[in-house]
Design a protein around this ligand. Structure first.
Ligand SMILES: Nc1nc2c(c(=O)[nH]1)N[C@H]1C(S)=C(S)[C@@H](COP(=O)(O)OP(=O)(O)OC[C@H]3O[C@@H](n4cnc5c(N)ncnc54)[C@H](O)[C@@H]3O)O[C@H]1N2
Ligand code: MOO
Length: 335
C-alpha cells in the first residue's frame, strides 16, 4: 500500500469530531513556537478559527497500515536505539524526541554513525558536536523522520546500524567529570620576585573547579629549568593527578617551561597546538599523569586550547596526538 493512500485529506469544516493524526504547530515570531494542538485531539467547532489562523484548511485522517510507523513512534524508536549513559528521553513532541543529558559532563557523539543514519534519507538526527560540555537537562540529540509516516524498514535499518556501531564504540553518552587533584606551578621571574601580582593562578583554579577538580597546591618558580622540572616531579610524587605549569611557553630565552617538562622525562604528546588562542600549549604525560604547559593567553582569553582539552582530561580521557592536530580546522577563535 502506498503511503499517500493511508492519509485522507479532510476540510477542517468537515472534520469536527475527527481525531488529529499529529501535533500541530503555531509560530508567532518573537512570541511563541510550539504545539497548538496535540496528536489525538478531537476537533471541535471552537477549534476552527484557531486551525484556520495557523493555515490549516485541511487535516489528515490517518489509516496506518502494517509495516509503517507514525512520526512519533519512529522518533521514539530511533531515540531508544541510540540512548547511552546519562541520557534521558523526552516524550515525542511535534514528531521529535529529544535526548537530554542528566548530568554535567562531556558529550560523546559517534559522528560516523550519525552521518550514516542521516544518509539514509527521510531522517533528521541532529546532535551537538562531540566533546561539548553539557549541563543537566541540556539537549544533545533530536530524532525525527521527515514524512508523517515512514516505512518501518527504514527505522529497522537505523536500529541495525546502531547495533553495528555499538559493538565497537558507544553511540551517544555523557561522561561524568572525575574530581582530580591538581598541582599548579606558576613560572616567571617577574611573579617569583614579586615585581607583579600573579594573575594566572586564580583563573586556572576557577577553570579547574568548573569541572569538579581542585588545585590542591600552587607553587612558584623562577625561569630556571632545573627548578621548574624539580617542582613538576615533586607534584607527581605528592600524588597530583594533573600538573599545570603556567608561563614561559613561547620563544624568549627565559621561556624554559617546555624544556623543563621534557627534562622530567615526560612523554611529549605535542608542543604547539593548532588553535588560536592557545597555540603555544604543551601536552605531555609523566608516567601517565597529564602535564600541561599553559601559555600566557590562558590567563587573558576566555576560550583557548586549554578550555578544549581540560574537560576531556577531567572526563578521564587520554589526549593523543590526532586529537591535538584535529583542533586546527575550526580552531581560529580570534587572537
Ligand atoms: N615572537 C613571538 N612572540 C610570541 C609568540 C611567538 O611564538 N613568537 N607566541 C605568543 C603566544 S601564542 C603567547 S600565548 C604569548 C605568551 O607566551 P608565554 O607563555 O611564553 O608567556 P610569558 O612570556 O611567560 O608571559 C607573557 C606575559 O604575561 C605575563 N605573565 C605571565 N605569567 C603571569 C602571571 N602568573 N601573572 C601575571 N602575569 C603573568 C608576563 O609578565 C608577560 O607580560 O607569547 C606570544 N608572543
Ligand atoms: O598560546 Mo597563544 O595565544 O596562541 O596566545
Amino acid at each position: 500500500m502506498k503511503r499517500e493512500s493511508m492519509l485522507r485529506e479532510v476540510k477542517v469544516e468537515d472534520a469536527i469530531g475527527m481525531v488529529l493524526a499529529h501535533d500541530l504547530t503555531q509560530i508567532i515570531p518573537g512570541q511563541f513556537k510550539g504545539r497548538l494542538f496535540r496528536k489525538g485531539h478531537v476537533i471541535t467547532e471552537q477549534d476552527l478559527p484557531n486551525l484556520l489562523n495557523i493555515g490549516k484548511e485541511h487535516i489528515y485522517i490517518l489509516d496506518l497500515q502494517q509495516g509503517y510507523l507514525h512520526e512519533d513512534d519512529a522518533a521514539q524508536r530511533m531515540a531508544e536505539a541510540i540512548q547511552g549513559a546519562n541520557i534521558e528521553l523526552s516524550q515525542p513532541h511535534e514528531g521529535k524526541v529529544t535526548l537530554k543529558s542528566s548530568i554535567h559532563g562531556l558529550a560523546k557523539i559517534n559522528k560516523s554513525f550519525i552521518d550514516e543514519v542521516n544518509a539514509l534519507g527521510e531522517i533528521a538526527m541532529a546532535t551537538v558536536k562531540t566533546n561539548t560540555v553539557v549541563q543537566p537537562g541540556q539537549a544533545l540529540v533530536g530524532t525525527r523522520v521527515i514524512p508523517l509516516i515512514v516505512e518501518e524498514s527504514k527505522i529497522s535499518e537505523v536500529e541495525r546500524l546502531a547495533g553495528n556501531h555499538r559493538s565497537s564504540s558507544s553511540l551517544i553518552q555523557v561522561k561524568p567529570f572525575q574530581p582530580l587533584k591538581v598541582g599548579l606551578l606558576t613560572t616567571g621571574s617577574e611573579v617569583f620576585k614579586g615585581r607583579i601580582e600573579d594573575r594566572f593562578g586564580p583563573i586556572v583554579k576557577e577553570k579547574v573547579a568548573a569541572f569538579g577538580s581542585e588545585v590542591i597546591k600552587q607553587r612558584f618558580a623562577t625561569d630556571d629549568l632545573g627548578q621548574i622540572a624539580g617542582e613538576i616531579l615533586r607534584f607527581k610524587e605528592e600524588g597530583c593527578q594533573l600538573i599545570l605549569v603556567t608561563g614561559g611557553m613561547s620563544v624568549d630565552p627565559d621561556d624554559r617551561t617546555p624544556g623543563a617538562i621534557k627534562q622530567t622525562g615526560a612523554e611529549i604528546v605535542s608542543y604547539g597546538t593548532p588553535m588560536l588562542p592557545g597555540s603555544m600549549l604543551m601536552m605531555a604525560y609523566l608516567d601517565g599523569v597529564p602535564v600541561m604547559g599553559l601559555p600566557g593567553c590562558v590567563m587573558h582569553d576566555p576560550y583557548t586550547s586549554f578550555d578544549v582539552l581540560l574537560p576531556r582530561i577531567c572526563a578521564g580521557e587520554i589526549i593523543e596526538r590526532p586529537e591535538i592536530t584535529e583542533l586546527g580546522y575550526g580552531g581560529m577563535h580570534g587572537c
